[in-house]
Design a binder for this molecule. Structure first.
Ligand code: PEP
Ligand code: MN
Length: 232
């Protein structure tokens, strides 16, 4: 399962243009953030409701199913059944009231690991969703905080066999937010698949220099295609 797309939906034109290119290279799901949980409040916060509208349009045009992050109970109620996978970000893994709301949904949830969450805390977070009714949870390893400032986070590949061994859940790896640098994404993608991951979530942008969010880790469409070919 290859999920790819820009960090953020930046305009109608941008998301539709990128979606078409991703469809051509065989991506399975289109990602794009409309509500962006930025560490700095002065950074681009996403297009919000307008962004979701463009993402849904990109789906209608290309046929690609969509995944996007929702951050509040209200957003889950409003958009939960309009998207194909609800992404819960690293910062919200501990937001139990939000997780309880997801248990009432039938849409699958991609639950990212909190950046300093233990495996057990992460699995417990997933149980807030699964044990009250929504069994469609996919976990996503996206790197944990470490002492190393040269990379954004540290990719914990041991999470893959651990989750496989201790749960029945699928696990996807997001090497983009772990590495934070484009040149690391391919080796980490291949390593993730070798470790047994069920898929990858990778950030791409076809005009990287214009990206409003996470440009240092964005791959070009060609670079993503090379990874997909190598995995095959
Ligand atoms: C994202 O995938 O857009 C994102 C914000 O990632 P994380 O929640 O892992 O920081
Ligand atoms: Mn990002």
């Amino acid at each position: 399962m290859i999920i790819a797309g820009p960090c953020a939906i930046e305009s109608r034109e941008q998301i539709i243009r990128i979606a078409k290119k991703l469809k051509e290279i065989g991506v399975d799901y289109l990602r794009g953030g409309a509500f962006k949980p930025r560490t700095n409040p002065k950074d681009f916060q996403g297009l919000g409701d307008e962004g979701i509208k463009y993402l849904i349009e990109a789906k209608e045009i290309t046929g690609l199913p969509i995944i996007t992050e929702l951050m509040t109970i209200e957003q889950v109620r409003k958009y939960g059944d309009k998207i194909d996978i609800i992404q819960i970000g690293s910062r919200n893994m501990y937001n139990y009231e939000l997780l309880k709301e997801l248990s009432k949904q039938t849409t699958p949830v991609l639950l990212k690991r909190g950046f300093s969450a233990t495996y057990k805390e992460w699995i417990n977070a997933s149980k807030y969703i699964t044990e009250s009714g929504n069994c469609k949870v996919i976990l996503c390893e996206r790197g944990v905080r470490s002492f190393e400032p040269e990379t954004r986070n540290m990719l914990d590949l041991q999470a893959v066999p651990y989750i496989k061994n201790h749960t029945d859940l699928k696990i996807v790896v997001d090497p983009s937010h772990a590495a934070g640098n484009t040149y690391m994404i391919k080796p980490m993608s291949l390593a993730s698949m070798a470790a047994g991951a069920d898929g990858l979530m990778i950030e791409v942008h076809d005009r990287k220099e214009e990206a409003l969010c996470d440009k240092n880790q964005a791959l070009s469409i060609e670079e993503l295609k090379d990874i997909i070919d190598s995995i095959k």
